[in-house]
Design a protein around this ligand. Sequence first.
Ligand code: F6P
Length: 439
Amino acid sequence: MIKVNDKYALPFLTGDEQSLNERVAKIHKQIHEKTGKGNDFLGWLDLPKTYDKEEFSRIKKAAQKIRNQSQVLVVVGIGGSYLGAKAALEMLNSPFKKKGDVEVIFVGHQLSAQYTNELLSYLEDKEFSINVISKSGTTTEPAIAFRIMKNYLESRYGKVASKERIFVTTDQSRGALRSLTTEEGYESFVISDDIGGRFSVLTAVGLLPIAASGVDIDQMMQGALDAYNHMLSLDNEAYKYAKLRYRLYKSGKKIEILVNYEPSLSFLSEWWKQLFAESEGKENKALFAASANFSTDLHSIGQLIQEGERNLFETVIKIGKTEKDQQIPSDPNDLDGLNYLAGKSIQHVNDKAFLGTLLAHVDGGAPNIILEVPTINPYYFGYTVYFFMKAVAMSAYLLDVNPFDQPGVEAYKKNMFALLGKKGFEELKETLLNKLEEK
Ligand SMILES: O=P(O)(O)OC[C@H]1O[C@](O)(CO)[C@@H](O)[C@@H]1O
């Protein structure tokens, strides 16, 4: 299980814990009785127990089909329809491509012409399939990418054979992607109405690309189920984390940096950023969700964490033990002076880097919350994502905002549509053009 170590955060805390505990108890009831703000988006809460087993086995079959017919799986999606799968793949697969592996490549998570063009060239001599993921089916970035990828796929395999290579994950009945799927007869999977994008990694949204890459999704769901059970009662580690970050926020901290000491966790942090920032960042509230990869970033933003404005704290994901380790060899000449480490492992050095940094940053006035995760495997991916989802629900409710909407994301979209000349946005276009011309 994940343990929250608060030893290095407690000295920085102010505020009355008793009254906070009473609020937490009330919110816990609200979450489980589904009576709080946005309560129609709590489908993720019981999912590890109630997920559709029939669809789950269909996902595994589709993943196998993709593995049989493709060298590359192109996954089209953005935000919650991208980050969860990306986080799992980075965390659980080797950073170096192995012969025979299905390579999963994402597109539609930005609007880069260069990237899209390079991808098309890369696919030229490879067998590939597409998994397009969009709950709304209308998000501009993936919609454009899918149109381009589908065109290219059909030019390669023909329209009929392409149908065997397109896998759609979208809403059950609404949206452009659902209509297209029904019309073309693509194999499809459902994102249920009561699960928002950033809470969807344990649905087909995450499961299909993750399974296609060869990761054991049974283990992943087992981890999520255990987390679900460990976090059913009021006294749980997710709420402990939520309370700590809330109290740090209330004592004046404005930035939370999620820190890891394993590069394979860097996209878990990207997933976490969306989860916390979209859930909490509203009504002029919330901690800024940032991330850092150590020891890499100790040689860049480490200086600021140590001595910059004291408006931040760190939440460190500490992995107990990695599956693989590497010994440092002895050298007869010892010109680099490293023989004092000969026979020691890199893991050992990394552990000392963690401890040294922890003490230095805490001494420098940066509180540290430590999340102790035993190891990196599919089980702990499932466990960790459920832990964070439960934590963010509590944390956002403590801020008294709706954890499950994201109204602010529409602002850039509207402006972009207007500037692109989309029908219905003519007036806004005028206003924007005037603004751009103002000196
Ligand atoms: O799956 P969709 O509907 O394409 O949305 C993708 C992402 O866009 C957002 O709605 C924000 O625009 C996210 O919440 C979501 O994860």
